[in-house]
Design a protein around this ligand. Structure first.
Ligand code: B12
Ligand code: SF4
Length: 457
């Protein structure tokens, strides 16, 4: 039995434009969901994982599979349907799962034979058995999976050529920020994989560099932080020789022992969602966790960096409190905090989030011709109506934000600072140049977006 697991590509996502910017090669990430599914697939299936982010293959030239599994974030949904149509025309059953299939079940059911909602661990073997007997059901629901003991993901299946491997150690987030899908999809309970399983799986990863995909590696409670410390100790003891990056809240900075253990275990970078510098903005986003009274963000960032861990900060443009000038202000705030990279994104109502419900009820979703418009839900296009910023205005704010933060003098200052403090200046340089290069690509994408939107909306 032959199984294709496919990660469809959205050409509007800048990091997949490897040809236009060679720096992006370092930022194409492995589709872990498909590697996890492959890990749970019995050996009677011959599995190929196709990651279209490395280039779509010539499907007609490939041997006919018995089953196709497609994953998709919302921004990949259009391409997922194209791929599904191709295989269904050949009479090959197509099953789709992942976040978009879960949040937009009815839409997805129109384009595929079968949909798996929720996490797949508890249901995937059943789906495969049904497919083998030609009795696929239209719908399966995996709900929230028991991740206490799951087989390791298949790290051996994808082609080489990725800069980073990928692994997940926890799921779920209690914070439920209004713009984020994680609590709706993975639940509010923070679930942890057993530390020995994680360490064993790390050993299976071929790449030296690894992305830990957890939404918040250290969790929100003292017992979760204690678990993170135990994990880091075990990783250091196992002498994995890996260098990894992860996502965490700014609270990562509050515990020197945690930082020291993380660095010893190989942590070299952390993504932190600052989102906005204004307390009322944090309240608007429901991200009360960042509201710690008297927190000095610059000092927090410095504390992390002192352990030779780079900090990438994420900010959102388009809040109700945001007014003209916000783009430059964010760039200056991020520079003041001292982050090594800035990732600014448009506030985007993703299906299934509280923001979606709110904006829909206020008739503020500007791009709503679905499924076609999903391709713009990359957080890099303004798909909503923003309170104090026109569509054109908010694009200008984003350009001004990126141009300010990624101006050559500022990049050089950051890289020289890292060289001086012996903090991975090369990674800092590659990261900064990759973002800077994408400014050009983004401006072109905005021009196309403007003309499409003017013509159609
Ligand atoms: C790692 C990651 C990335 C990586 C992508 C790596 C990759 N190619 O997969 C990078 C950094 C590139 C990325 C980019 C983006 N991401 Co992202 N990302 C994540 C993150 C943190 C983890 C995903 C992951 O690997 N999880 C681990 C795997 C095991 O879980 P899973 O993917 O959910 O898969 C399980 C089930 O969903 C199911 N399943 C999944 N696929 C399939 C397929 C079949 C056939 C079946 C049966 C089951 C199934 O089975 C799996 C096992 O249970 C999630 C948050 C999260 N917690 O999921 C956000 C998340 C998926 N990203 C999100 C977004 C918005 C984006 C971007 C659009 C914007 C951005 N700038 O971040 C881009 C778009 C990329 C694109 N190509 O279009 C949103 C998606 C919401 C939505 N409705 O689409 C999420 C949920 C975060 C959030 N805050 O809401 N992301
Ligand atoms: S943005 Fe981060 S903290 Fe907020 S709900 Fe999502 S994963 Fe949790």
């Amino acid at each position: 039995m032959r199984l294709y697991l496919i990660n469809p590509s959205n050409p509007l996502v800048s990091i997949v434009k490897i040809k236009e910017s060679r720096w992006n090669r370092y930022r194409v990430w492995k589709p872990l969901s498909l590697m996890v599914l492959a890990g749970m697939t019995p050996s009677r299936w011959e599995i190929s994982i196709v990651d279209e982010n490395l280039g779509a293959p010539d499907y007609p030239a490939m041997p006919r599979p018995d089953l196709v599994g497609v994953t998709a974030f919302t921004s990949q949904a259009n391409r997922a349907y194209e791929v599904a149509t191709h295989f269904r025309r050949l009479g090959v059953p197509v099953v789709m799962g992942g976040i978009h299939a879960t949040m937009c079940l009815d839409e997805v059911l129109e384009s595929v034979d079968s949909v798996v909602t929720g996490e797949a661990e508890g249901i995937w073997p059943q789906v495969l058995e049904d497919a083998r007997h030609g009795s696929l059901k239209r719908r399966y629901d995996g709900g929230l999976a028991e991740i206490g003991h799951v087989p390791a993901a298949r790290h051996d299946l994808l082609a080489t050529g990725y800069a980073f491997g990928a692994i997940q150690t926890t799921r779920g987030c209690p914070l439920n920020c209004i713009f984020c899908s994680v609590t709706a999809f993975n639940g509010a309970l923070y679930r942890e994989r057993p530390i020995p399983d994680v360490v064993r799986e790390f050993q299976l990863i071929r790449e030296k560099h690894v992305l830990v995909v957890d939404d918040n590696l250290i969790g929100t409670r003292p017992e979760y932080i204690a678990r993170a410390k135990d994990l880091f100790r075990a990783m250091a003891e196992a002498n994995l020789g890996k260098e990894w990056i992860a996502q965490a809240t700014i609270n990562f900075a509050d515990d020197e022992e945690l930082l020291a253990l993380a660095a010893k275990a190989g942590c070299r970078g952390v993504f932190i969602g600052f989102e906005t510098s204004a307390p009322e903005g944090l309240r608007e986003l429901g991200k009360k966790f960042n509201l710690l009274k008297g927190r000095d963000f610059r000092a927090s960032v410095r504390r992390i960096q002192r352990h030779h861990i780079l900090v990438a900060g994420s900010f959102i443009i388009g809040l109700d409190i945001d007014e003209p000038g916000i783009g430059k202000r964010i760039a200056l705030v991020a520079s003041r905090y001292g982050v090594d990279n800035l990732n600014a994104l448009f506030l985007t109502p993703l299906p299934g989030t509280r923001l979606w419900d709110q904006m829909k009820s206020e008739d503020r979703i500007a791009l709503h011709t679905f499924p076609e418009d999903w391709k713009y839900y990359t957080l890099t296009f303004p798909v909503a109506r923003y309170k104090n910023l026109s569509q054109e205005g908010i694009i200008e704010e984003m350009i001004s934000c990126d141009r300010t933060f990624y101006s050559m003098p500022r990049i050089l200052l950051r890289v020289l600072g890292n060289l001086w403090r012996r903090r991975k200046p090369l990674i800092s340089l590659v990261g900064n140049l990759s973002y800077r290069n994408n400014l050009r690509l983004n401006c072109k994408a905005y021009a196309d977006f403007r003309s499409t939107v003017r013509a159609g909306v």
